[in-house]
Design a protein around this ligand. Sequence first.
Ligand code: ARG
Length: 525
Amino acid sequence: MACAFRRSIACQLSRVLDLPPENLIKSISAVPISRKEEVADFQLSVDSLLENNSDHSRPDTQVQAKRLAEKLKCDAVVSEISTGQGTVNFKINRELLTKTVLQQVIKDGSKYGLKSELFSGLPQKKIMVEFSSPNVAKKFHVGHLRSTIIGNFIANLKEALGHQVTRINYLGDWGMQFGLLGTGFQLFGYEEKLQSSPLQHLFERLGIHFDEYSGESFYREKSQEVLKLLDSKGLLQKTIQGTAIVDLSGNGDPSSICTVMRSDGTSLYATRDLAAAIDRMDKYNFDTMIYVTDKGQKKHFQQVFQMLQIMGYDWAERCQHVPFGVVQGMKTRRGEVTFLEDVLNEIQSRMLQNMASIKTTKELENPQETAEKVGLAALIIQDFKGLLLSDYQFSWDRVFQSRGDTGVFLQYTHARLYSLEETFGCGYLNEFNAACLQEPQSVSILQHLLRFDEVLYRSSQNLQPRHIASYLLTLSHLAGMAHKTLHIKDSPPEVAGARLHLFRAVRSVLANGMKLLGITPVCRM
Ligand code: ARG
């Protein structure tokens, strides 16, 4: 697929530039489709080539691109070479493109894009993702909801890339009388509470599981050990009030002081986080630990990581905080929401109402369940459209539009493609004639499918789901347009078969991407 093409282009370039193909592959990218014009399939950015070059004289990239293009030749894979703004553009042989992409999508199934060369040589890591982490005695609020869906996405993506992922839910249970978390007994008391709570319900729809539930109270004793350790290293300072602090700047700057012990000798939030991190290192020997919380805790985590560092734990640099912004104005009909059950109920009832206007809804076996899946998709896409760190204004109307860039639209597209396959069956699907898929609508879809690995790569680099979310929305828009023009009914069998093949590939990639984001695709709505 994409990577086979990239390799083939890289090989030709490598002969001309006298550089190993491996160094060139990441400079070759699939070209994003454009509404206005037909685009090439791949491009090489001359700038990124020069970045690899130690010579910083930076000649005019336009001239460089032209000069390079002149030295390259079309072959069995590349059918056209042109230049753009500092790029050399490559068009792939149309039938080869069609065949290769569609066959790869079908063959790789849920692994499409993940087997790409872009990920090859990626060492398998032990990754801990701590997310959700509500406070047991208090209501689960929107921030926890965000942490839950973002953490789940990060864990899904890392796992899909072949890493060994451990999901931790670190409950805020300090000061709870039932928070006596003895070893091997950790969950008792919580389990019951969780099972009946809307939280558990949310986890089950979203398909979220945790490998470990722990809580702050689990670290009561271990926090005392941390205090002793800090003291023995000369890092602990007692104050006149009887509390104990760590001065991270060393010069008394109040903004870099972290209190780690109350005057009665008990620990604080930060102390327990130190104990928890050390404990997890002992237990899991992780390569990376990711904490997902709102941005209000940025400083807290900075201080915790810094304290681990000065305590002599080099692995502190393996810890990472993924902060996210505030959701404003999430109000239900009953008023400002802080309660998860209200959000879930609101989603369901609004969605049921929406779906009542679609005629197939009446035939649904379990409209409640569908409403919930579609509603959660709406919530997730709304959340994942922007940068995680940005705050955003929540609007139910915007969330539930069935035509705009929403999760409802993704679900709707998925269901429509599914019904297409159901209606026309898979009889056609074994063989297809690539020559039948040369309309601009088909080519745009193929070009877009070609980019999936790059999009996954980008999200995996910066842990931002928005690349995948916007990719899937574009894919759905393309599918919608193609659906209007590339008819299956009344087309000759060969054409119908090829089109069905294309639509099946779209649905497969759409479903893969949705699942990564934590959405369960529905087959009917
Ligand atoms: N329970 C905390 C809260 O609701 C979040 C915990 C985040 N994780 C951590 N290791 N401190 O604010």
